[in-house]
Design a protein around this ligand. Structure first.
Ligand code: MEV
Length: 438
């Protein structure tokens, strides 16, 4: 048990599975059968998925659902969502329907600038470094021409490069801080390739710069990498309507509802414990669309949470107000997304999701994703400030409990009849199943 293994990555998939099964499972044959039962019967498709990562054993399913009826900038869309949490897709669909009769969602991309940095150590006279940078700046552009050529044809490229003095934070620490426009690609490979070339140019040119002393010539590049913090790649999504129009089945008193809703948002604006959960609800919508469209949800998560803390205190991403009888609810989030490159042309379900969204540009996808986040937040706050979250959530979660207990169709029908009139809790469902089976 738990023996280390040399050369694991060189083993075939079968050999890897056999080793894992033998090392970690009391019934290896069962583990092997389970892993293989998740293989796709189409060997070519399976190979494609195997090769996305390293040491692949099998596939790990997450449901792909859809939320229809999203009216965004006067156009209806059905939004694909890849997510494992029950009630998220239902909540998005409910919000979509609610707002489709109240003017729909408005979304606007505010800017699309991405950032990358070369972090380096320079020991010497800063005024000489400033002079050096001014003299060689054009070389950073010239030496990356082969990388930027295609991006420039698409209207993107390197926007600017500045020298930043960070010696107040760490001794001798400077940066090349570069900004990029990457059009419909997320741009990670493009940016990192440019940055690595900047680093080479920086070192070579420093060695040749006559005003530098021997020590000053030895610029030490620590790393060159894009930043997932993109505070100038922002999209805004909003809804608004007269307070009276908020009235519906669960909102009998729209004035009271609107006030409670605004207060709930204000609490998330001032109270970090609540803000984290509030924003988690927004991320339920954002991540699900980001994942379904083959984008990097870890990058999106990291960037958005940093943005939520930009004032120095972690706070709500969304805001709400009532002004002259008009209820408005909006959010602004940084989103570095792509609709070309990466997984977008490789994963068949990603291609399908993008086609479902009518093959959006990266900017259009930013709008859809931000709207999904706002819709999710609206649904959560609407439940929280009216019925409470558990009623709806547990109704949706009921299926998971029924699956856990392997219930048959007859049992399901009795359970669903009973719980139409009783509160769904895990223990109530378990008690009911046990009583029924006695
Ligand atoms: C659950 O996944 C998300 C919520 O907790 C969000 C919120 O509290 O606003 C319901």
């Amino acid at each position: 048990m738990n023996n280390p293994i040399a050369g694991f990555s060189k083993l075939s998939k079968e050999e890897k599975i056999n080793w894992i099964a033998k090392e970690y499972f009391s019934t290896p044959a069962t583990a092997i059968a389970l892993l293989k039962s998740y293989w796709n019967s189409d060997a070519k498709l399976q190979k494609l998925h195997d090769e996305f990562i390293e040491n692949t054993l099998t596939n790990f399913y997450i449901p792909l659902g859809v939320a229809p009826n999203f009216l965004i900038n006067n156009k209806f869309s059905t939004i694909p969502m890849a997510i494992e949490e029950s009630s998220v897709v239902a909540a998005a669909s409910k919000s979509a329907k609610f707002w489709s009769t109240r003017g729909g969602f408005k979304a606007t991309v505010i800017n699309t600038e991405k950032i990358g940095q070369v972090h380096f150590i320079y020991k010497g006279d800063e005024s000489k470094l400033v002079l050096f940078f001014a003299q060689v700046k054009s070389k950073f552009f010239a030496n990356t021409e082969s990388i930027t050529k295609n991006m420039q044809k698409r209207g993107g490229g390197i926007l600017d490069i500045i020298l930043q003095d960070k010696t107040n934070l760490l001794p001798n620490y400077f940066q090349l801080h570069a900004t990029f426009e990457t059009k419909d690609s997320m741009g990670a490979n493009f940016i990192n390739s440019c940055l690595e070339q900047f680093a080479k140019t920086l070192k070579e040119e420093a060695l040749a710069f006559e005003l530098f002393t021997a020590e000053e010539k030895e610029i030490q590049v620590i790393m060159s990498i894009l930043s997932n913090y993109v505070p100038n790649c922002i999209v805004r999504a909003e809804v608004s309507c007269p307070v009276e129009d908020l009235k519906e089945k669960h909102i009998e008193n729209p004035v009271d509802f609107a006030q409670r809703f605004v207060q709930a948002v204000q609490i998330a604006e001032v109270e970090p414990f609540r803000a984290v959960t509030h924003n988690k609800g927004i991320m339920n919508g954002i991540d699900a669309v980001v994942l379904a469209t083959g984008n990097d949800f870890r990058a999106v998560e990291a960037g958005i949470h940093a943005y939520a803390a930009k004032s120095g205190q972690y706070s709500s991403l969304s805001h709400a107000k009532i002004d002259n009888g008009i209820f408005s609810f909006w959010l602004e989030v940084p989103l570095a997304l792509g609709t070309v490159g990466g997984l977008t042309s490789l994963h068949p379900l990603v291609k399908l999701s993008l086609e479902m969204l009518e093959n959006p540009s990266a900017q259009e996808l930013m709008e859809v994703v931000a709207v999904a986040g706002l819709a999710q937040n609206f649904a959560a706050l609407r439940s929280l400030t009216t019925t409470g979250i558990q009623e709806g959530h547990m109704k949706m979660h009921l299926n998971n409990i029924l699956n856990q207990f392997d219930t048959n169709d007859d049992e399901r029908s009795s359970i669903s009849k009973h719980f139409k009139h009783h509160a769904v809790t895990h223990s109530a469902v378990v008690d009911f199943i046990e009583a029924m089976r006695k």
